[in-house]
Write a protein that binds this ligand. Structure first.
Ligand code: GLC
Length: 743
């Protein structure tokens, strides 16, 4: 037998002893569920309760005695929020917490490119990881029911299928860093007016077909590790502790094994928080939403009041353990995973990602006379007009506000790109929101302009007159009642008299491009007077470069609208049916009942149903090249309930430059036992084509794409009968149809 030196034998004895004494919960070679059970078995009731609520503005307790770390959360969906004081919203003034500001999620949705979602999630997850955050409080996927909702810019549009497809890679990208997403705001937080007291009244068809799919996809396909309850009520229960939404649907029907996090101040009752599915309570006393003493974390609904009930035997320890298991699972997936990547912050890759997503999300709405791309052989003087050409947009708007490393303005981007070929002149055009501070973060801009509006307008018109090209950059901003949390817009119109400015400029110079920077649709009464219109979302750090790149044609626009642009508010279902913002109860409670009267007919579904022509339709977006669609070919004209039909659509780039086209597949159910929309988006493909190249968009039609939710049977049903596959370049620009039958 081989002889081993004594030192080896002794060392191996220690090693064996060490392995034997490593507790299961700390042994990363053991399955997470075993580690969860082992950790749970070692915890006292006090430690369990402490783990279920915040200990500071954005963190919750671990188990110090067992070396289980605290959980640190951070906003937001577009970038990592600057560090705040322990118990404040205001930034703590750190100097190492500036971030990359990525484009708003409406822009991401407008790319219609799941690979951009993956890139986005990976990049923002790396920034969260580098800043040592375990939970990213995003993405938001509430459906765009009204263009007045202050937070639509944080979400992914009006269609459940598009939002479902775009949210999954974002979730996977973030979580590949060992950082949890916290998909929000579950559910029915579709506007900001009365956001804490609105009781959403919605039928099950609209709930299951419109408002839940993106959350379900994030959980079941994305594997989301946490989800955030919404502020509003549903069935008279707050969404943060809601039997139906959390226990029956999320944890029951969908099998969610992660943790439910309250929105900050969304918890209102201990008994409901215990029994109705809340796992992690944040922001109850220090959110400005409900009074309370500072550092009142022990007073939280799931803190001392809960511990007291447990000690008195009035709360079920099994319910407690289920909550703790979910929080422990969250910990083992994040800060107790020592093998997770290390992340990175403000890297060139993240800046490039922000620019790329911005370029792919910008939507060219109109381009008559091929005003765009800018022809610098002819255009020697460019007049840039409008406040949004200079105003920083990464500060403000609520919890998604950021301290960006930098934000390149549209004007600066235009100067960088065209400055050596053309003279660039600027005029304010109008004064909107000259402020620039939020939670202690300041833009440092002084946008004060005391001149009166007429003087500013006259200057703009004069400036426009003498230019070869005018680029008006306006839209909304992050001020209250614009694109901003905790308030809604008061109308569809552009604010600050911009319509008047645009009209005056259009008269002065017909070579005009309007760049609308917003997270929401806006009215455009001047649409016929303006030859070129671009929808540029909040694009973050690389705003100016992304916009200039599209204006110059360095990048060919390929974005498509993720929401309908209505002509007027009464063209929107929620408004036409009196379903917004709801009716206050006169029973002494502060509840506002909001009936979703339009049901499943949201967005283009409403337009189709009521034959209302939109200003610009869902799925609309032009390119600098052109595309010809061939006839959609089906591999069969019928399918069985367990079968499928393959649809092939040849698309040719018939222009002179490369470009990308989003081929959209809608399905129409010719007859059904329950009302259905005229058509519904059920698939899409973004094809990148060289000039002259033809590629084939291929789709699989499976029964789930034919189904509707039968609320009386509480199940998805695909009824046999005739259907039509509708192929379009937008929801209105139909390029081909083909019928088939479900046997
Ligand atoms: C806010 C928002 C939520 C955010 C949280 C923390 O009120 O509703 O989206 O993540 O509180 O800031």
């Amino acid at each position: 037998m081989k002889k081993y030196p004594l030192s080896i034998i002794v060392a191996s004895m220690f090693a064996t002893a060490a392995i034997a004494s490593t507790p299961v919960y700390l042994d990363e070679n053991r399955p997470i569920e075993e580690r969860v059970e082992d950790a749970l078995s070692r915890m006292t009731t006090e430690e369990k309760v402490a783990m279920l609520h915040a200990q500071s503005k954005f963190s919750s307790a671990g188990v110090p005695r067992l070396g289980i770390p605290e959980l640190w959360t951070t906003d937001g969906p577009h970038g990592i929020r600057p560090e705040v004081f322990w118990d404040e919203w205001d930034q703590a003034g750190w100097t190492n917490d500036s971030c990359t500001a990525f484009p708003a999620l409406t822009c991401l949705a407008a790319t219609w490119n799941p690979e951009m979602s993956r890139l986005y999630g990976k990049s923002i997850g790396e920034e969260a990881r580098y800043r040592k955050k375990d939970i990213l409080l995003g993405p938001g996927v509430n459906i765009y029911r009204t263009p007045l909702n202050g937070r639509n810019f944080e979400y992914m549009g009006e269609d459940p299928y598009l939002a479902s497809k775009m949210v999954v890679p974002y979730v996977q990208g973030v979580q590949s860093n060992g950082v949890a997403v916290c998909v929000k705001h579950y559910a029915l937080n579709n506007h900001e007016v009365n956001r804490h007291t609105t009781n959403a009244i919605v039928d099950d068809r609209a709930l299951y077909e419109i408002y839940l799919p993106a959350f379900k996809a994030a959980v079941q396909d994305g594997g989301a590790w946490s989800i955030m309850g919404a502020y509003n009520l549903y069935k008279n229960q707050h969404a943060c502790h809601n039997q139906r939404l959390l226990n029956d649907i999320l944890k029951g029907e969908w099998g969610f094994d992660g943790a439910v996090v309250s929105d900050w101040g969304g918890t209102h009752d201990t008994a409901e928080a215990i029994t109705n599915g809340l796992d992690l309570e944040f922001g109850s006393w220090t959110n400005g939403l409900s009074s309370g003493s500072k550092n009142a974390y022990d007073s939280y609904y799931l803190a001392m009041p809960y511990l007291k009930l447990l000690k008195e035997g009035k709360a079920d320890p099994k319910v407690l353990d289920d909550k703790v298991r979910r929080v422990l699972r969250l910990a083992f997936r994040t800060n107790m995973n020592t093998r997770r990547p290390f992340g990175s912050l403000c890297s060139p890759e993240h800046v490039a990602a922000a620019k790329k997503i911005g370029e792919e999300g910008i939507v060219l709405l109109k381009n008559d006379k091929n005003i765009l791309p800018v022809n610098t052989d002819k255009v020697k003087k460019i007049a840039v007009i409008g406040e949004n050409a200079i105003k920083m947009m990464t500060v403000g708007g609520g919890s998604s506000s950021l301290k960006a490393k930098y934000e390149l303005s549209p004007l600066q981007g235009i100067k960088n790109r065209f400055g050596d070929k053309a003279e660039i002149v600027y005029a304010r055009g109008y004064v909107g929101d000259p402020t620039g501070e939020y939670n202690g973060v300041s833009t440092g801009q002084n946008l004060k302009d005391e001149r009166d509006a007429d003087e500013i307008l006259t200057e703009a018109v004069e400036t426009a007159k003498n230019a070869d090209l005018v680029i008006f950059i306006g839209g909304l901003n992050k001020a209250p009642h614009q694109d901003c949390e905790d308030s809604d817009r008061k109308g569809l119109e552009l604010p600050y008299d911009q319509d008047k400015v645009i009209r005056a400029i259009a008269k002065a110079n017909k070579n005009l491009v309007v760049v609308n920077i917003s997270g929401n649709a806006v009215a455009m009464p001047w649409v016929k007077e303006v030859p070129a219109i671009m929808q540029a979302w909040y694009l973050g750090t690389e705003s100016g470069n992304a916009i200039a790149s599209i204006l110059a044609g360095d990048a060919n626009p390929s974005g498509k609208l993720p929401m309908t642009f209505p002509v007027t508010l009464s063209d929107v279902g929620a408004h036409a049916t009196g379903g917004y913002p709801g009716t206050p109860r006169n029973d002494g409670s502060n509840i506002v009942d909001c009936k979703y009267n339009e049901g499943i007919f949201v967005g283009y579904r409403w337009n189709d149903e009521n034959k209302i022509k939109p200003l610009f339709p869902f799925g609309h977006g032009l390119s600098y090249t052109t595309f010809k669609y061939g006839k959609p070919e089906l591999d069969s004209d019928s399918m069985t309930a367990d079968g499928k039909i393959i649809v092939k659509v040849p698309v040719t780039n018939t222009g002179k430059r490369a470009g990308a086209e989003v081929v959209q597949l809608y399905i129409a159910d010719t007859e059904s036992s329950l009302p259905r929309p005229v058509k519904e988006l059920k698939d899409f493909r973004k094809l990148y084509l060289e000039p002259g190249q033809t590629a084939v968009a291929e789709f699989e039609i499976t029964p789930d794409k034919l189904s509707f939710f039968n609320d009386s049977k509480h199940e998805w049903i695909a009824e046999p009968g005739d259907f039509t596959a509708i192929v379009g370049s937008s929801s209105s620009d139909i390029r081909g149809t083909a019928g088939f039958t479900l046997k």
